[in-house]
Design a protein around this ligand. Sequence first.
Ligand code: ZN
Length: 176
Amino acid sequence: MRVYGDPVLKQVANEVDQVDGALAKLVDDMVETMYGAVGAGLAAPQVGVQKRLFVYDVGEGPDVVINPTIVETSGEWYHDEGCLSIPDLRLGIVRPKQVHLRGYDVDGEEVEIEADEFLARVFLHEIDHLDGVLMVERLDDDQRKVAQRVLRDRALGFDTSALEAKLVAAGSDQEV
Ligand code: ZN
């Protein structure tokens, strides 16, 4: 798992131009990694692969979206979010509440998905990974400074629990 500070997480991933056996194998490996880390979603750059795809499972079995594009978003939802690449950090983040996504499945067939609340959040979080954007960057300026201080202080071995308490919203313990 690539973690915060790894430059690969800051890069824009490339479109997948071939859906073949190698890609299916990558998808299988990513699902395994996601389950191993007990996450609800995982984007290819998180395992060091600069390709536009992500896997997810919000309780209905694993699935993949290749070359996802956001057709439309609506609403707004403030909720806690976690990231497998920034372990043990919860951030209350505002995102759209619904998203209409288009992409391809592992057979190369076009798929369209309407997602709401947590699944919508997973999709938006994973697409951010494909664009080199981490959840910390979705905070407002003040909150981002607090989050960056938490990460810096942690690296120095300081207790950051008081600062972390300023960053959470309602409570979700799933990482994506
Ligand atoms: Zn993440």
